[in-house]
Design a binder for this molecule. Structure first.
Ligand SMILES: Cc1ncc(COP(=O)(O)O)c(C=O)c1O
Length: 470
């Protein structure tokens, strides 16, 4: 037994897993009962006795991978999780092996340098000023800042923590005053309400922004929502908009919202966890017109940047806002020290933090910006083509015309039918869509993450759905 042997066994197993997934000779999803899997994987025995190497490891991986949900399968249409490029997955392996917990520079100079560089690259795509490298302070120009964190939910929490600290600079010492609130559309991801709960603002103090039939914020109604909040004696920590919404993938009118926030001196936070990647496309970046006027943006690389989970960026236009978000002292970490790098620890909830930049960097370094742009353009285009095809079918309705790579549709019939059809699709294992509730109705939802999924697959999916419904 050796590292090299076991690594080769693992890589070989993954290679076969990818091949059989892409060729669709195995189901995209196969949910066996947990009790069965716990036994079949031999978990209790391996934990007690150890020795899972060589041929035994190969057998274990066989069982494990046979029960994995296959994102590489072209029938994978479910959730907003990247089909990772293998180079990014190797980044996760290198990061796991070196285990450089790089939130403090001394614990991972290479990992921290890559994170710093990737944050600057993302800031540049937004149109914000990149931060000078430590030791190279270029005058007084305001620069942006950011940090990579373990997921979009944590990223939203981090951005809203920064917003709260700006509104209530003493909050870290004194706790919350009782007049804090948030403004957000009803279709905001649940992590926004969760952040309101965690921050002690309370999810009941999330005031809804009015939206149109597509779930898009109506700029002319912003003032009314703000007024409602003020009439209740509250102050807004931030106004949150979607780019794009989770359920149906629609972008809020950021430019107009940004102007409103500037007028009122409101912190403008954009949840671009899924859709900020349109900034990488010359064709689609206009969907985020006005993004540079925001105060903060969340952008998940593990959604549309082909990067393994998790790798989410919190970006701010003014780095000082994030630097002031977590005002805390831990004498063994935070002390005056001569150092050639940068400590991300002051910008994040985490203490021990993975070197998330490497998986993003290696993905981009393998593909290059042009191929990443082509991927995004292709996914958006195939989604639109699928929508146009569905428009020709009398028994299928779509609630909105997609702007990104999320397509919702509904078979003629009630909500229960949509859920039943999805359950049956999953049981058959050729396709794995998700489902969402939008404007009070249940829809099937196809998220085009997989670069192999084509219009032909959607035609097959519809044929199968019709068969099941009949
Ligand atoms: C708009 C939006 N924000 C936040 C999140 C949460 O991101 P994560 O799953 O990385 O925590 C999602 C996830 O789907 C999302 O769509």
């Amino acid at each position: 037994m050796s590292f090299i042997d076991d690594a080769q066994i693992t890589i070989q197993a993954l290679h076969e897993y990818e091949r059989e997934s892409m060729s669709q000779e195995v189901p995209v999803i196969h949910q066996r009962p947990m009790a069965e899997l716990v036994t079949e994987l031999g978990l209790a025995t391996w934990v007690r006795d150890g020795g899972l190497h060589g041929r035994k490891l190969a057998q274990f991986l066989d069982t494990y991978l046979s029960a994995a949900t296959r994102l590489h399968h072209p029938g994978y249409l479910a959730h907003q999780v990247a089909i990772p490029h293998y180079a990014g997955a190797l980044g996760s392996l290198i990061d796991g092996f070196t285990n450089n917990a790089m939130a403090i520079y001394e614990m991972g100079p290479a990992a921290a340098s890559i994170e710093y560089f990737m944050i600057n690259w993302l800031l540049g795509k937004v149109g914000w000023q990149a931060a000078p490298l430590p030791g190279y302070n270029h005058g007084t120009e305001l620069s942006g800042g950011g940090v990579l964190t373990h997921g979009g939910s944590l990223a939203n929490l981090t951005a809203l923590t920064a917003a709260r600290s700006r509104l209530v600079p003493q909050v870290w010492q004194d706790g919350n005053p009782d007049d804090l609130a948030l403004l957000a559309p009803q279709g905001a991801h649940y992590s926004i309400a969760r952040a309101a709960g965690i921050l002690g603002i309370g999810s009941r103090a999330v005031y809804e922004l009015e939206v149109d039939g597509e779930g898009k914020v109506i700029p002319e109604r912003l003032a009314a929502a703000h007024q409602r909040l003020q009439d209740d004696g509250k102050r807004a920590v931030a106004l949150v908009a979607n780019a794009c919404s989770t359920a149906v993938g629609i972008y809020d009118p950021l430019d107009e919202i940004a102007d409103f926030c500037r007028e009122r001196d409101l912190w403008f936070h954009i949840d671009g966890a899924h859709g900020a990647s349109a900034l990488l496309s010359q064709t689609h970046r206009k969907l985020l017109r006005g993004v540079e006027k925001a105060d903060s943006l969340v952008w998940d690389a593990h959604k549309m940047v082909r990067t393994p989970t998790v790798c989410a960026a919190v970006l701010v236009r003014d780095h000082r806002a994030l630097d002031a978000a977590f005002e805390q002292e831990a004498s063994y970490i935070f002390h005056a020290k001569e150092q050639p790098g940068f400590d991300f620890i002051q910008r994040t909830v985490e203490c021990t933090k993975a070197g998330l930049g490497l998986r993003l960097f290696l993905t981009l370094a393998a593909l290059g910006e042009k191929r990443m742009e082509a991927y995004i353009d292709r996914q958006f285009a195939v989604t639109l083509a699928a929508y146009e095809y569905l428009q020709t079918l009398p028994d299928i309705d779509c609630p909105v015309k997609p702007q990104a790579n999320i397509l919702c549709f509904r078979l003629q019939g009630d909500d229960a039918l949509q859920i039943r059809v999805r359950d049956q699709l999953i049981a058959a294992g050729h396709f794995y869509p998700s489902s969402t509730s939008f404007a009070g109705r249940r829809y099937l939802r196809a998220v085009f993450m997989n670069p192999q999924t084509s219009l032909e697959h959607i035609k097959q999916l519809i044929a199968e759905i019709r068969g099941l419904a009949a």
